[in-house]
Design a protein. Structure first.
Length: 384
């Protein structure tokens, strides 16, 4: 008598198929799904902030209540997607010079321009203070620390009558993004990134730490993703990439991961453990390869949407208080955000990225210089 259940082959088949690595190979490592998912997530951030900037979080419409479990997954998915993609960038980089250089030129120029425009253009135009008092205020001077990841949310007299008096609330994620890159650098330096079992152990340790934190602090009820959730989501993306040859690219696994993610967002503190299923969901969607729309994918506009959406929504609420409804917020702010994001890509981000070849040249110089120094030191060493 066989102990194998007749339905087991069908169950296995539902979760089998090409691995994530095979899917990447089949799409030449550039599936269009990743380009689309970045834009979709950035647009979702603007949609969700329409409620916050219009009502200050005190009045939530029916659609916001229904979609809140999905909304809580947006930023963890962003970080998991970042972990998956930068893991590939790190593998392709021969040294940390190229890897860290690419991160800097991708993040800092657009962030710097956004901070400068907010402080030097938006602030003076809409502040309720005299310009002399505005420019001499220490709050104005401290705002420029945002460029280095030390986040300050206010400018003198700006958006004080808005439901939320923040210039760019979305910048709260920037320090955690920088921490993720520094953490990955440390994992690389100590060889943990290359030893994927150690990387997996790091993810397990982070989950255990979250369990302990939740157990010892039961009164802490996270209504949305916190910083630790973002860090764990980033590591989950790293782990999925490093185990890409062993993880199936499966529609059934995606469905299970999505359901589990939504269930976790509805449990007290459940959002703190959403990293792994949310990471799988965003990687699965990213590996889809729909035909490329020449307009939507003519540039990488997601970062500009992510950076500029909130201050544009705030500016519209300040200029036109009569439009303080979530739907008018979206109707007016979304086209403006798209326009500014397109300008950011073509005028700032793409021109800077065009110089990334210089990082390769610096890397080649370093790799050639290092052996020469080693030979010099060896010839100078008197030890027999």
């Amino acid at each position: 008598m066989s102990l194998t259940h007749p339905r087991l082959p069908k169950i296995r088949a539902a979760f089998s198929g090409h691995s994530i690595a095979a899917r990447l190979d089949a799409t030449d490592g550039r599936p269009s799904g990743f380009d689309y998912i970045r834009v979709v997530l950035a647009l979702c951030v603007i949609f969700w902030h329409s409620q916050l900037t219009a009502y200050g979080g005190s009045d939530r419409g029916t659609w916001q209540t229904i979609l809140s479990p999905f909304a809580f997954l947006i930023v963890p998915m962003f970080f998991a997607l970042s972990g998956f993609l930068v893991a590939g960038s790190l593998e392709r980089s021969k040294t940390l010079i190229t890897f860290l250089g690419l991160r800097v030129i991708r993040i800092m120029p657009a962030l710097s321009v956004e901070v400068l425009l907010s402080a030097l253009i938006l602030g003076p135009l809409l502040t309720s203070k005299p310009l002399g008092a505005y420019f001499s205020d220490p709050v104005f001077q401290s705002y420029f620390w945002n460029i280095l990841g030390d986040i300050h949310y206010r400018l003198p007299g700006l958006f004080e009558s808005n439901p939320v008096p923040l210039v760019n609330g979305q910048l709260w994620t920037v320090p955690y993004e920088l921490i993720c890159y520094l953490m990955l650098t440390g994992l690389s330096v100590f060889g943990i990134f290359k030893r994927r079992r150690w990387l997996l152990l790091c993810l397990v340790a982070l989950y255990v730490a979250e369990i302990a934190n939740t157990a010892f602090r039961p009164n802490l009820d996270y209504k949305g993703p916190g910083g630790t959730t973002l860090l764990i989501s980033f590591v989950a993306g790293l782990v999925i990439y490093r185990y890409r040859d062993m993880i199936a690219w499966s529609k059934s696994l995606f469905a299970i991961a999505l359901v589990l993610s939504l269930i976790l967002t509805n449990f007290p503190n459940g959002i703190r453990f959403v990293a792994i299923p949310a990471a799988y969901c965003v990687v699965y969607l990213g590996l889809l390869d729909p035909s490329k729309n020449k307009i939507i994918l003519s540039g990488d506009y997601s970062y500009g949407l992510f950076l500029y959406g909130f201050p544009i929504q705030q500016a519209i609420m300040s200029i036109s208080p009569g439009l303080r409804q979530w739907y008018t917020n979206i109707l007016v702010s979304l086209p403006c955000a798209v326009f500014v994001a397109v300008c950011s890509w073509w005028l700032v981000e793409k021109p800077v990225l065009a110089h990334r070849s210089k990082l390769k040249q610096l890397e080649v110089w370093y790799l050639g210089w290092r052996p020469a120094v080693g030979r010099t030191l060896k010839s100078a060493d008197p030890t027999p």
